[in-house]
Design a protein around this ligand. Structure first.
Ligand SMILES: Cc1cc2nc3c(=O)[nH]c(=O)nc-3n(C[C@H](O)[C@H](O)[C@H](O)COP(=O)(O)O)c2cc1C
Ligand code: SF4
Length: 483
């Protein structure tokens, strides 16, 4: 399989073509230090055989934004170095940090925009990016990645909505000016033998935002500047984000956010076509800069297809690898039926958006990491129907039914209400369970695990979703209130 072939990105030799792109975990401590939990999260990907691990966005500047990693000072180097060493000791996975500059956002909905930055502010940002890449090298990372996607500073300069009227805006060249200066500063501080990739948007997916017509040109300039790889994302902007009063706006709540982390209703590999256009354009201009793109690629057949069709050189699998960090090892072993498939429920996104520790809905309750892969397990296994879990609403209750599994002593019923925290609602001996605590206006997602006599649990069944209907009396009441 092309997917499992090694590839080189500058001085980095990837053991295969699977990348886990940056995913904030909210497992850092409040001051941005590496914790045991966050290091465990990335070691887990290394254990699972991922080719390139991009550690979640870490700030290059001093910021007070909760448990997000920092690389803004030399004092953060030892913690980062410890995590990198553990990753390198685990497998031949390569690891880079995603480095980010972001601006202030307030609970009132106010946010700082790039036209508020003075020329001195911009000079400082240029230096901070160069210093952060130098620290990444010092910490032993194999390279670094600039975050120039979504709602953050570099992306706001690249944006077609860039409001500046000086050398940093106006024309496409003006919008690219900051990136050019950042690249030059990195080369001066770190040299050209340390691979530095960049993540940016193939489409902004906002009104008046740029489309692939411009991202092709942006990609060309980034290749000309010598970036080691181009990692493509889409959307994730503040411009169309919903603002819940009293909460900091989250740039993944509008349509552009939907496109960035597409839910179950979107088709698989939906942004591969954009990547293909960009890659073809850059290659035709004589640059072989490797291209990867994310967006619902988690079926091994889709991953292989986007490579063999030439849409990208390596694949970015975010939530698919969060759900199952052993994805690569299972593909290599031909154990496709053992892959825990992400169902794109976006519980993880919701946890991030509400500033909670990011875990997967499909992991056992309370676990901060994916369960160890145990091929020889005494746990019951679902048949090919994955338990055939079904749901229906009966009055004010949700009725769940599933198929009996040989060896099951009990079944644990998992639930996430409004895509929030995951709870085990009950343990039952029969293949039916009734949820009497549902409420119209909420949404509920469920799955079941079959447990053996020693408590070993099967993988999750299929998941089901219910948005309860309003009972007739409440509907009548609402009509009266609205009248
Ligand atoms: C919980 C969560 C956190 C994320 N954090 C980041 C981040 O720090 N930087 C980034 O560039 N993208 C981030 N993303 C976007 C992913 O890298 C990826 O582009 C997106 O999930 C689509 O890929 P997928 O369909 O394979 O999940 C995050 C996504 C999720 C679900
Ligand atoms: S929480 Fe849902 S969307 Fe996120 S990784 Fe798990 S299954 Fe996928």
């Amino acid at each position: 399989m092309k997917l499992l072939e090694p590839m080189a990105i500058g001085s980095m030799s990837l053991p295969n073509r699977v990348m886990v792109p940056a995913m904030v975990t909210r497992l850092a401590d409040e001051d941005g230090w590496v914790t045991q939990d966050i290091a465990d999260r990335y070691v887990r990907y290394a254990k699972g055989g991922v080719g390139l691990i991009v550690v979640e966005a870490m700030a290059i500047h001093h910021s007070n934004s909760g448990p997000l990693l920092r690389i803004s000072d030399d004092r953060f180097i030892p913690g980062l170095a410890g995590m990198v060493e553990r990753i390198h000791d685990t497998s031949d996975s390569k690891v880079v940090p995603q480095i980010i500059h972001f601006m202030k956002v307030a609970r009132s909905g106010w946010r700082q925009t790039i036209d508020m930055l003075s020329l001195e502010d911009i000079d400082r940002i240029v230096e901070q990016f160069g210093d952060a890449v130098a620290r990444a090298r010092e910490a032993g990372f194999d390279g670094a990645e600039l975050h120039s996607a979504h709602a953050y500073t570099l992306a706001s300069f690249l944006s077609r909505r860039n409001p500046r009227t000086d050398d940093y805006g106006g024309t496409l060249e003006g919008r690219l000016h900051l990136i050019g200066r950042v690249r030059e500063n990195i080369l001066r501080k770190v040299g050209d033998d340390f691979p530095v990739g960049i993540r940016f948007l193939s489409e902004e997916f906002i009104k008046d935002g740029y489309t692939v017509n411009e991202s092709k040109l942006i990609a060309l300039r980034l290749a000309q500047l010598g970036f080691a790889y181009l990692s493509l994302s889409v959307g994730g902007k503040f411009e169309d984000a919903e603002h819940v009063p009293g909460q900091v706006p989250y740039p993944y709540t509008g349509y552009s956010g939907d496109r960035c982390m597409p839910g179950a209703w979107y088709p698989p590999a939906l942004h591969a076509g954009l990547a293909g256009e960009i890659k073809a354009f850059v290659n035709a201009k004589g640059y072989a800069t490797p291209v990867a793109a994310a967006g619902k690629i988690s079926d091994p057949a889709d991953a292989e297809r986007v490579l063999t069709e030439g849409a990208m050189d390596f694949v970015a699998i975010a939530r698919g690898l969060l759900a199952d960090p052993d994805w690569v090892n299972k593909v290599r072993a031909g154990q496709l039926d053992r892959i825990i498939r992400c169902d794109y429920c976006n519980v993880c996104k919701h946890l991030d958006g509400t500033h909670k520790k990011v875990v997967c809905f499909l992991w056992p309750k309370g676990d901060l990491q994916a369960p160890a892969d145990d091929a020889v397990t005494t746990a019951p296994a679902w048949g090919s129907d994955k338990g055939n879990l079904k749901i229906r609403q009966e009055g004010g209750a949700a009725v769940l039914t599933w198929t009996k599994t040989p060896g099951a002593a009990r079944y644990d019923v998992y639930r996430a209400a409004d895509d929030g925290e995951v709870t085990v609602e009950d343990a039952v001996k029969v293949t039916r369970w009734v949820d009497n605590t549902i409420m119209a206006g909420m949404s509920y997602r469920y799955y079941v695990r079959a447990c053996g006599p020693t408590g070993d649990a099967s993988p999750p069944s299929n998941t089901v979703h219910l948005a309860p209907e309003m009972p007739a009396d409440a509907t009548a009441g609402r009509a009266r209130t609205e009248a």
